[in-house]
Design a protein around this ligand. Structure first.
Ligand code: PGA
Length: 234
């Protein structure tokens, strides 16, 4: 059983939500499916979900569970709205909102306190990859953005920044090497996802790799047919 995560980012529509959720739940899926949707769509999604292995996730949360933080999203509220998961530390948050490893760690801890499973995103830039720094960058990111309590339930998503939304997917050998490294560093209990230009053409070969517990899918999760195939992976 794999974990198949959709990250709609600030995309999609209520129309697509209805169409996609109906299509994806027509057949039983052998996998855990997590839909990280725009927050305003969560109540509608909650009403449409009926398969027991389908869950909702937030795309980010605040470090505080409540307070005077206009425009932010609380992990507690995501939980109230029916979410079981939340992405933290996505590279778009790290880049556009200047989120540090320490902030990401605090968000992951808030998620755990609220009863959510955080999916902590890490990944190297193209420059860092070209300088041969991938593993050291990832080591630093997990040291500083992953909660100390390894007994907690959480996921780590390896998303090379240069592979996100670019159509450039990491080589299978590289994914394999990085995931073996991360499993060793984090322990077998922590589930590892790969993300970055996962498509209907390459998802199966990525999911077949050792130490790949699932995928985090952006663009292709907005294509109902393509993501529908991934949901059915076995
Ligand atoms: P992508 O995005 O699949 O469009 O590359 C992945 C992500 O950002 O999580």
């Amino acid at each position: 059983m794999k974990t198949i995560v959709a990250n709609w980012k600030m995309n999609g529509s209520l129309g697509l939500l209805h169409q996609a959720l109906n299509a994806w739940q027509m057949k039983d899926s052998p996998n855990i499916v997590v839909l990280c949707l725009p927050s305003v769509f969560l109540p509608a999604a909650h009403n449409l979900l009926h398969q027991p292995n389908f869950f909702m996730g937030g795309q980010d949360c605040h470090t505080n569970l409540q307070g005077a933080f206009t425009g932010d999203t609380s992990a507690q509220h995501l939980h109230d709205a029916g979410c079981r998961y939340v992405l933290v530390g996505h590279s778009e948050r790290r880049q556009y909102h200047h989120e540090s490893n320490a902030l990401v760690k605090a968000k992951a801890q808030a998620a755990l306190t609220a009863g959510l499973t955080p999916i902590i995103c890490i990944g190297e830039s193209l420059e860092q990859k070209e300088q041969g720094l991938t593993l050291s960058v990832l080591k630093e990111q997990i040291e500083h953005s992953v909660p100390d309590n390894k007994a907690s339930d959480f996921y780590v998503a390896y998303e090379p920044i240069w592979a996100i939304g670019t159509g450039l997917v990491a080589a299978l050998e590289d994914i394999q090497q990085v995931h073996a490294f991360l499993k060793k560093e984090l322990g077998a209990r922590i589930k590892l996802l790969y993300g970055g230009s996962v498509t209907a053409d390459n998802y199966a070969s990525i999911l077949d790799l050792e130490n790949v517990d699932g995928i985090l899918v952006g663009g292709a999760s907005l294509k109902a047919d393509d993501f529908g195939k991934m949901v059915q992976y076995s």
